[in-house]
Ligand binder design. Structure first.
Ligand code: MN
Length: 572
């Protein structure tokens, strides 16, 4: 590892930014500021705290980011973990850097604990509250270093952080076209998430892997001769082991049989042109017969994420099976770290409609496409990543509960909306709210990234004045109905519950739903279905019960039906 000197940091930044400016004085200033702020602090691993900030900044320099971002990387933990405040940073470094540092701090409040439903919201929120791509990149660099040093933190925390990395950070990196980073994050999480499998892999694969490398060295000699004969001088030949995380996924598909994995180590040939790719493939097939069905032309038909290459699996030297990947330098770079990589998700829309339910991804597609357009814009502008505002969620806000759960609300929403969207009871009983640990009025407008805590009092009724400031329909409806109920003397007791479901229709779906309900000894008195889109259908039914616990239990069971996208209930 290079030493933690500012000279090294500036040198890397200059190398990666090529002709673009580097503000060495600024980086120097941030370096000294952070170093003295973290003076004497140690990380769990025992290393100087500052080294973490330095490694984060170094990664940002490697990615070719601007000096403000590198400085913010150096300062990213100063406000959280030292006596210095955001104001101190603002006074010394100005608005832009404090904005970046503050963004990283806000992202740090998000905690993911493995609720499947929350994943997508969390990824979205991540982008929404970042407001600027550079904040995301600082956080990714921060996380990468944290993952490299995760061994030193307590076991419970290791698991949570590894899970968060695997399910939030790695997919985000992937969507930002940073496939290499995504793979690295997955691989770093893997031993923490699947310790047994990791152990099995490292015990069983290592030998196979070394044996394989020795063998491929032999193959390499033959390949070099072969290419010489057809006048191709390869730009590179290498073999790289498959990442453990993806090897594991593949092994699951092959009953954990390592013999079935031919690309344990992929043999890569990098040549200078597409013509040479095909010529190389032909030459290989002339001496080694290919396995039927294993020739893949991803140049003519790139993978959905833009991956291009020729793949073939052949009976090679000593009749052993080897997979070859043949591509140009450009294709190789793109596959390795191309920010130019395209998003796999786009594909779901055009192809595989029958296999992949479109709706499952429709909402996601929307924002992924926005992200993609925005990325293309950025690539075409030839600009650097400076000041790339993320504003495609501007009509939504994402707030979090004290437990780190994400609540998605329309812009302008208040704590009352937040309370009602968690549970109607919490809305009704709401008496106050804390935002980021400070008491606020109930008409406060929540900002993305705010942590909202609702203060409640049992038997408290909603106030009529709330109607004036709430934004969500659900809050309005609940407040009105609660007030109406109060005004009606001896108001009718509610005896029935209406359950509303939005689902992808399929034959037998309704039957599955109703049989689950009946098995819970709930009587259905009325069913109403209506298609809401070509793929979705809405199902409403009334149950003869007002027992909330019973209804909640049945809803939990219904949620296991994978076609069900949304489910809600109300007393009627
Ligand atoms: Mn950090």
């Amino acid at each position: 590892m290079a030493s933690a000197t500012v000279e090294n940091l500036i040198k890397i930044s200059r190398e990666k930014r090529l002709t673009k400016p580097v503000d060495a004085a600024l980086i120097q200033k941030a370096f000294s500021f952070s170093k003295s702020a973290h003076q004497g602090q140690k990380r769990k691993s025992g290393e100087e705290y500052f080294n973490h900030s330095y490694q984060t900044a170094l990664q940002l320099a490697e990615w070719g980011l601007d000096s403000n971002t590198i400085s913010a990387g150096l300062l990213h933990d100063v406000a959280e973990d030292t006596v210095n405040t955001l104001d101190d940073i603002k006074n010394s470094f100005g608005e832009e850097i404090v904005f970046l540092v503050n963004g990283v701090t806000k992202l740090g409040r998000l905690k993911y604990r493995g609720t499947q439903r929350q994943v997508e919201n969390l990824r979205k929120m991540f982008l929404a509250i970042s407001e600027d791509l550079r904040v995301v990149l600082i956080k990714l660099a921060d996380r990468l270093h944290n993952m490299k040093t995760l061994g030193a933190v307590p076991l419970q925390k290791q698991k949570r952080i590894a899970l968060e990395t695997d399910e939030i950070y790695a997919p985000l990196a992937y969507r930002l076209g940073m496939q290499n980073l995504a793979g690295e994050l997955e691989d770093l999480s893997f031993p923490y998430l699947h310790p047994q499998e990791y152990k099995w892999l490292s015990e069983n694969v290592k030998e196979k892997y070394e044996e394989r490398l020795k063998y491929l060295e032999k193959v390499k000699i033959v390949v070099n001769d072969l290419l010489k004969k057809i006048n191709i001088s390869p730009a590179g030949i290498d073999f790289r082991a498959k990442r453990y995380s993806s090897l594991y996924k593949k092994l699951i598909r092959h009953e954990m049989n390592l013999e079935q994995i031919y690309d344990l180590v992929a043999f890569r040939i990098i040549v200078s042109s597409i013509e040479e790719c095909y010529a190389t493939l032909g030459a290989i097939h002339q001496i080694w017969p290919p396995l039927p069905g294993k020739i893949k032309d991803y140049i003519a038909l790139p993978k959905p994420n833009g991956y291009r290459s020729l793949h073939t699996t052949v009976f090679c030297v000593d009749n052993k099976i080897v997979e070859f990947q043949i591509r140009t330098k450009e294709m190789h770079d793109e596959a390795e770290n191309g920010i130019a990589a395209h998003w796999a998700y786009h594909d779901a829309k055009e192809k595989n409609v029958e296999e992949k339910p479109v709706f499952a991804n429709r909402k996601e597609l929307e924002w992924v496409n926005q992200l993609k357009n925005w990325q293309e814009e950025f690539l075409n502008s030839g600009e650097s990543l400076e000041a790339l505002k993320i504003d495609f969620f501007k009509d939504r806000i994402f707030a979090i509960t004290p437990k780190g759960e994400v609540i998605d609300l329309p812009a302008g929403s208040t704590p009352v909306d937040f309370a009602y969207s968690i549970h109607s009871q919490i809305g009704d009983n709401c008496v106050g709210a804390k935002i980021n640990n400070r008491i606020v009025p109930l008409d406060y407008q929540i900002q993305s990234g705010d942590m909202v805590e609702i203060l409640i009092q049992k038997n408290k009724k909603p106030s009529e004045s709330w109607i004036r400031f709430v934004k969500t329909d659900i809050a309005k409806k609940r407040i009105r109905s609660s007030l109406k109920k109060d005004h009606l003397p001896g108001s009718r007791e509610r005896l029935q519950t209406e359950i509303k479901i939005i689902a992808e229709d399929r034959i037998g779906l309704l039957k599955d739903i109703t049989s689950i309900v009946s098995r819970s000894h709930i009587n259905i008195s009325n069913v109403l279905t209506a298609p809401t889109s070509p793929v979705l259908t809405s199902i409403k039914f009334r149950c003869d019960t007002n027992n909330k616990d019973k209804v909640e239990k049945v809803i939990l069971k219904l949620k296991k039906i994978k076609e069900i996208k949304q489910i809600g209930s109300k007393l009627i």
